[in-house]
Design a protein around this ligand. Structure first.
Ligand SMILES: Cc1cc2nc3c(=O)[nH]c(=O)nc-3n(C[C@H](O)[C@H](O)[C@H](O)COP(=O)(O)OP(=O)(O)OC[C@H]3O[C@@H](n4cnc5c(N)ncnc54)[C@H](O)[C@@H]3O)c2cc1C
Ligand code: SF4
Length: 461
């Protein structure tokens, strides 16, 4: 075994998987996991833990995998996270735990994410039990939103004995895990539903189809419904558009709508009536994880797909693994290319996307080289569908209906980074609602930290 290299993970063949919605990555089996775990040297001052927003005892759980004690490994893991099978699949480990792993100095970092996934999947297959919650303390807490921030906050409070209710606007819990990230990266029934069950098994109640700010306000939850504190984890689900000509044409979607139709409303399955305009030639505008997900979804629905991104490959914000998978499956990357106009046919449907070629100039305030147009380089991309994936911002519904809750100029809720405390007493917030679109693990970290602050608040009032 080469100690400098990761044990490779088995994946579905790119040609086959481009035509189905089955999970791309098969993960490790026990033999492979134990072998990979041997590469961890169990550092005393483990840098990988510093890179994990929920501070998982990584050498601790990997040490148990090494000796084949998978149930013990799960016991350690479940003390830190309620969503290990999810995080093992979608976290950007290369920038977090694995980015700090000492093994990465001379070779490849330990595959911490794949080991986490293996342990979580083994726990589900073998029905390993998680840590039991503390006895009930009677403190009643409301959580707005059932994404990773809300679920992490709820799970942590329930473990401490609180009586927790999550209010979710949609008909299914899970937030972006349910409606945004596609089935082929994160299976909904097998993984997401199962991890949500882990949270409800701790006693957390989830009320779906309740839009806070419309059905009931945050103030009413506190003043009339007897909740002692509220955590807002309502995410950043409001899509941005470019403001170019033709953006109202039929066949132009936000990535959020396109993915929600497919994931939450199961449009890709024959037995569902949800309509979706798959398109024959699709342009996805943007270069993040969401753009990759939309592109790979359109591909699986039968389209030729172009990613249109105004910077170069080095600046693509999507995970390296996602870009690699997208390329393997046949997505075409039109880099240093920026849309300027959408053309419509006589019936108002998209008939082309005019773009201009770009080149990189001096670095801008983000440190990335600023893209600038090459004059006279315009051309028309022959597409019938355009999916805009330019980022999202928080929906202002909650902030506009909650007295004394401050937001910044991007409509993000102002909250203390350490503990999620907002400008309104008893109200805490975290995840994308505070930071703008970010990552699952950062949202979970924020939910977890806020849970401890909420516990201190309700028990010391
Ligand atoms: C397509 C896509 C792919 C992504 N891929 C990755 C990835 O690979 N890795 C990664 O780490 N991150 C990824 N992300 C980002 C990650 O999913 C988010 O950062 C994370 O889900 C944020 O969690 P959250 O709990 O703050 O919000 P969300 O997951 O957005 O959950 C918020 C929940 O609140 C509910 N809600 C909103 N308003 C109300 C209201 N008024 N009343 C009641 N409920 C309300 C929403 O319906 C939603 O269920 C991706 C995001 C998208 C969109
Ligand atoms: S830094 Fe790498 S080798 Fe060290 S404990 Fe963490 S995973 Fe193991």
């Amino acid at each position: 075994m080469d100690m400098f290299k990761k044990v490779p993970v088995r994946e579905q063949d790119p040609k086959v998987r481009a035509t189905n919605f089955e999970e791309v990555c098969y993960g490790y089996n026990k033999e492979e996991a134990v072998q990979e775990a041997q590469r961890c040297i169990g550092c005393k001052n483990a840098k990988c833990i510093e890179g994990c927003p929920v501070s998982i005892d990584i050498p601790g759980f990997i040490g148990k995998v090494k000796t084949g004690e998978i149930e013990e490994a799960y016991k350690i893991l479940s003390q830190y996270t309620s969503l290990p099978a999810t995080c093992g699949r979608v976290c950007p480990q290369e920038n977090q735990c694995e980015g700090r792993c000492v093994r990465g100095i001379k070779g490849e970092a330990v595959s911490i994410g794949k080991l986490e996934r293996f342990v979580a999947d083994a726990a589900a297959e073998n029905n390993y039990s998680q840590q039991a919650p503390a006895p009930s303390n009677g403190h009643k807490i409301a959580i707005v939103g059932s994404g990773p921030a809300g679920l992490a906050c709820a799970g942590e409070l329930a473990r401490m004995g609180c009586d927790v209710t999550i209010f979710e606007a949609l008909h299914e819990p899970g937030g972006v895990l349910r409606y945004g990230i596609p089935e082929f990266r994160l299976p909904k029934q097998r993984i997401v539903a199962r991890e949500i069950n882990n949270v409800t098994d701790l006693g957390v109640k989830i009320e779906t189809n309740v839009v806070i700010g419309k059905a009931v306000t945050v103030d009413q939850l506190i003043d009339e419904e007897g909740f002692e504190a509220v955590f807002i984890g309502s995410g950043a689900g409001l899509p941005k558009f470019m403001g170019i000509d033709g953006e109202n044409a039929n066949g132009v979607f936000s990535a959020n709508e396109y993915l929600t139709r497919n994931n939450l409303m199961s449009a890709y399955r024959d037995e569902y009536d949800t309509p979706i305009h798959g398109g024959k030639k699709v342009a996805v505008v943007g270069g993040g994880n969401v753009a990759m997900d939309a592109a790979r979804t359109a591909l699986r629905l039968g389209a030729e797909v172009h990613i249109v991104y105004r910077r170069s490959e080095a600046e693509l914000p999507a995970r390296v693994e996602e870009v690699h998978h997208a390329k393997e499956e046949g997505i075409i990357f039109d880099l240093l290319t920026n849309p300027v106009k959408i053309y419509e046919d006589e019936n108002g449907w998209v008939s082309g996307l005019e773009c201009v070629r770009m080149e990189l100039g001096e670095p801008d305030e983000s440190g990335r080289r600023r893209p600038q147009e090459i004059p006279g380089s315009n051309f028309v991309l022959d597409v019938d569908t355009v999916i805009m994936s330019l980022g999202t911002s928080p929906n202002p519904l909650i902030s506009s209906t909650t007295k004394g809750l401050e937001v910044n100029k991007w409509k993000c809720i102002v909250a203390d980074e350490e503990n999620g405390k907002t400008t309104k007493e008893g109200v805490y917030a975290g995840g994308d609602a505070v930071t703008g679109a970010a990552t699952v693990i950062l949202a979970m970290g924020a939910g977890k930290h806020a849970a401890h602050a909420i516990y201190d608040y309700v028990t010391n009032k």
